[in-house]
Design a protein around this ligand. Sequence first.
Ligand code: NAP
Length: 339
Amino acid sequence: MSRPLITVFGATGAQGGGLVRALLGAPAGGARAFRVRAVTRRPDSAAARVLSDLGAEICAADLDDAASVQRAMNGAHGAFCVTSYWEHRSPARELAQADAMARAAQRAGVRHVVWSTLEDTRRFAEPDGRTMPVLQDRYNVPHFDAKGQADQCFTGRGLPLTRLLTSPAWDHLLHRALPPRRAADGRLEFVLPMGEVPLPGIAAADIGACAAALFHQGEAAIGRRIGIAGEHLDAAQMAAALAQALGEPVRAVALHPAEGGALAIPDAAELANMFRFLHDFHDEVLALRDVRATRALHPGLQDFASWLAAQAAHLPIEAPAFSRPLPPGGSAAATGPAA
Ligand SMILES: NC(=O)c1ccc[n+]([C@@H]2O[C@H](COP(=O)([O-])OP(=O)(O)OC[C@H]3O[C@@H](n4cnc5c(N)ncnc54)[C@H](OP(=O)(O)O)[C@@H]3O)[C@@H](O)[C@H]2O)c1
């Protein structure tokens, strides 16, 4: 009998790519448990060829084309469903894409769906502008809220579902959103708009490995809502780890999240609201993303220092972070090895 098939959406991306590698990588002591169907809009791309070389079946489909999503689902035992908010920044489109995957999974009789979701932050704070600015008319954090809302597409159909809630990926945070900056005084600094509160983070490559573990668990994972994190660290702890990896002192700038919108970074308003949510509701956010439980799921889980050890040489160092002077809410402290 042939091995059960897992359809992986977003297979050329960070989450799906990690999952394909985890499912098709060298098994610990035996044969691979699953076959993999890697979904992409560009089956001729270099990224698709890499997945094909790993042994994945390449499937051309577009989340905006329901018929192609159905073809990708047909015959699958399991499906990893992920949407790519940052490609279009439209909650409505993200919801429609999730609905297309849920509908197709139901029609295909898929036995295990792992849906990469996040909290609908509107369950924690009304989107009325009192906690944080309202974005796109009705959202606090559109890329969180739309995914949380889209849970209903899957649960409403009674699908055998595992909801996977990841943490901000260090890859995204350190390479794109908030890389270390060379301040005007020549010192390195790391700005984190989380006040003194720890941020849950994870290596992007570990997200897919956790998803793979959930498919291996099968029945035991169905019906569960699982948060994952590699470590919970505040600004000072992250700056200390950066200093260790970069070999020079790094000043921690623990900006209050209300001031995050002042950062001169892309998508500052949305990211400021995200940090506001992660800060204000950190008890629930961190409790859901338990590091020990994540390591039990994926024993190879990296902590920040081990992720940094491989990344430090490639981290971008940016010019000063602020579009205006450090506000009174921000605190700064130098940390790191003796200069
Ligand atoms: N970065 C973080 O820190 C973080 C943390 C938590 C959650 N997230 C969420 O993760 C999601 C992104 O996941 P990722 O980081 O794995 O993405 P990614 O690396 O940017 O890759 C995006 C993937 O989505 C596929 N894709 C995009 N639009 C598609 C469409 N219309 N039809 C079919 N496939 C499509 C792309 O495939 P092709 O281009 O090959 O077609 C690609 O494989 C976002 O929604 C984000 O909100 C990110």
